[in-house]
Each structure stands twice: as structure tokens, then as C-alpha cells.
Design a protein. Structure first.
Length: 346
């Protein structure tokens, strides 16, 4: 039995009793087609099982209506929620999103990702570059690509950058704890390779220095609750630790459990602030005070600016920072009268 011939535009035109040009206009969504004719063509397409050749249409129009999103990992809350924001904003503009994993944070991996972007027929690229590359050289963004960079500070002079105002968020967390009366604030930072972790750490430290306060040694985690838990067990041995700012909510969750297992009460003995405001944060025990990021706005701005390049109406350089919001819940309170914690359980 021979292979069935694919349904063509001419087949649809014959069944609908219209020209192939009219079928083409309906396929392309043009508004110049009379409504009754458009419905007739759509019925013929459905009856015959016709699927427009999107690649051919894209070549004719010179655009694919697709945005590539490059990322090193989807294991972090920030990357996943940024991607969700990009997908939602792209869909609102009738654009598809193609995910392009980068792999290792290296120059070669980034070059390879852009090569794949060219092969995958996308109009532009949003690069979520949250991690420093292995070398000190800037990421190799090829000329000719429409690119917006998210979660990075290394490209503002070459491409538009959209990011959370990491520094302001960290300052609001530290200020909140200091205004409650804590003598200093300990910090559980993210990985040293992370741009966001670096900016949050630097802003926390600068805030303490500006107030002439002791700067405790930085505790580096890896964004996971387990790393927060292990650090929390160590901090439970530090009587001077009455306030902790964690660089994300997952590490803050680990801290809460570690303090509980060590016989310390939150917030009576130790106050904890996180960063991100994940949906579960209000259900932590106790509900977590945290810094909220507006991932929906980040995604919207990434899509808006990268499509601005496609349409030649948007900026080609510069940095846009999205404000954060401190959300105060039950995990923070003023320290005891002495400013020190009560003894741990034996």
C-alpha cells in the first residue's frame, strides 16, 4: 500500500472553492479575508487534516515567532520561575519558546548553545546567565543575534540585561533584622559562582560595614535545604548568632529545621530571613520572612526587550533592575533583652 500524499494548500482551495492565495492569507492570520470565506477555509482545513507549513511561512516572513531561552540548569527556583515568566510573556505575544540547555559554564558551551540556537530557527535569545563562566573572559555572544541577558551583570554594555535588584533586596533583609535590634546579621550565601549570590552577599556586607557592625564570616551553601541544614547546625553552636539572612528560601528552610533540631526557637532565639518568596514560604514553620522577587515582571521585560530588538524598537544595551519587596512574617522578631540566645537543650 503506498504512502498517503500530504494534503496541500491546493487541496484546501479546491474544497473551499477559493484560491490558494486566499488559503495562504487565512493560514497567516491576515485580517483582509471575509469572515464567511475564512470559516469556509478553516472547515476545509479541518476536514482534510491540513497543517500549514510553519517553516515555509517563517522563511517567507523572515521570522519564526520563536524565542530561544538558554540556561545552565533548571534545578534552581530562580531559573525555573524566570523561565515560567518568559514562557507566559512570550505566549501573550504569540511566540513559542525553545529551551536551549547550555551545559557546563564555559566559553565553549555558550558558543555551542548559540550554534544550536541558529539551527533551531529562533528569532532571538534570552540567556539566563546566572553563573560565572570558568574563564574570566566575558560570555561569547555572537554578533548578529538578538540577545537579552537575565540574571547577570556582565553584558550591560553589549546587550540589554534584565535582573532583580539583588542589592536592594539584600539591604532590606539586613536592615529589617538590624532595625529589630540584632547586633549583627549572619549570612548564608549561595555558591560563589553565582552572580545573584555575589550581589546579595556584597550588599549584606556593605550594610553591616556602613553601620560599623561586626561582619560575621560568610557561610556558603549551594541553594539546597540540605546545605542550609548543615550550616544551621554549625550556627546553632554560635551563641552570638541571633539573626540570619539566607540567600534563598530553600536554604532558609534547612536553617529552620537545624535550629529546631538543636533546641533553638525561631524567632525567639534566632530570627531568619530568606530570599525569593517561594509559594511554600508562608507555610514554613514558622512562616518565613523573605524578599519577594517579581519573576513575572522579569520574564515580561526579557520578552519585551528581546522582541524590541527583533522589531527594531527597543534598546540594544543597558540594565533594567526589577524592584524587590520585603515580606514580613513570623520568622523574625526582636532579640532577647541581653541580645543573646537562651542555652540549647542538652
Amino acid at each position: 500500500m503506498g504512502q498517503r500524499r500530504a494534503v496541500s494548500m491546493a487541496d484546501v482551495a479546491r474544497l473551499a472553492n477559493v484560491s490558494a492565495q486566499t488559503v495562504s492569507r487565512v493560514s497567516n492570520g491576515e485580517s483582509s479575508v471575509v469572515e464567511s470565506t475564512r470559516l469556509s477555509v478553516l472547515r476545509a482545513m479541518e476536514e482534510l487534516g491540513y497543517r500549514p507549513n510553519s517553516a515555509a511561512r517563517a522563511l517567507k516572513r523572515g521570522e519564526f515567532r520563536a524565542i530561544g531561552v538558554m540556561t545552565f540548569t533548571l534545578s534552581t527556583t530562580g531559573n525555573v520561575r524566570t523561565l515560567e515568566g518568559i514562557v507566559a510573556a512570550a505566549a501573550a505575544q504569540d511566540y513559542a519558546v525553545t529551551l536551549i540547555p547550555v551545559g557546563a559554564p564555559s566559553q565553549d558551551a555558550v558558543r555551542g548553545a548559540f550554534t544550536r540556537a541558529g539551527e533551531l530557527a529562533v528569532d532571538a535569545v534570552v540567556a539566563i546567565m546566572e553563573t560565572h563562566l570558568a574563564s574570566d573572559a566575558p560570555p561569547p555572544y555572537p554578533p548578529g543575534f538578538k540577545v537579552v541577558v537575565a540574571d547577570s551583570d556582565d553584558a550591560g554594555d553589549r546587550h540589554p540585561v534584565v535582573d532583580t535588584d539583588q542589592a536592594a533586596g539584600a539591604v532590606s533583609a539586613a536592615q529589617h533584622l538590624l532595625d529589630l535590634g540584632h547586633r549583627t546579621v549572619w549570612h548564608v550565601a549561595g555558591p560563589e559562582s553565582s552572580y545573584a549570590a555575589q550581589r546579595r552577599r556584597d550588599a549584606w556586607q556593605a550594610q553591616l560595614v556602613a553601620r560599623g557592625l561586626e561582619v560575621p564570616p560568610v557561610q556558603h551553601g549551594d541553594w539546597t535545604p540540605r546545605s542550609g541544614y548543615e550550616i544551621g547546625l554549625r550556627l546553632a553552636e554560635e551563641p552570638s548568632c541571633t539573626a540570619v539572612f539566607a540567600a534563598n528560601d530553600q536554604m532558609a528552610l534547612g536553617l529552620l529545621r537545624a535550629f529546631h533540631d538543636s533546641g533553638l526557637r525561631v524567632p525567639e532565639d534566632v530570627s531568619v530571613v530568606g530570599f525569593d518568596d517561594v509559594p511554600e514560604a508562608e507555610s514554613y514553620i514558622p512562616p518565613l520572612t523573605t524578599v519577594r522577587q517579581d519573576f513575572e515582571q522579569i520574564g515580561r521585560l526579557c520578552v519585551e526587550q528581546v522582541l524590541g530588538q527583533v522589531r527594531r524598537t527597543g534598546p540594544t544595551t543597558g540594565t533594567t533592575l526589577v524592584p524587590t519587596q520585603l515580606v514580613v512574617r513570623s520568622s523574625t522578631a526582636a532579640p532577647g533583652r541581653t541580645g543573646a540566645r537562651r542555652p540549647r537543650r542538652a
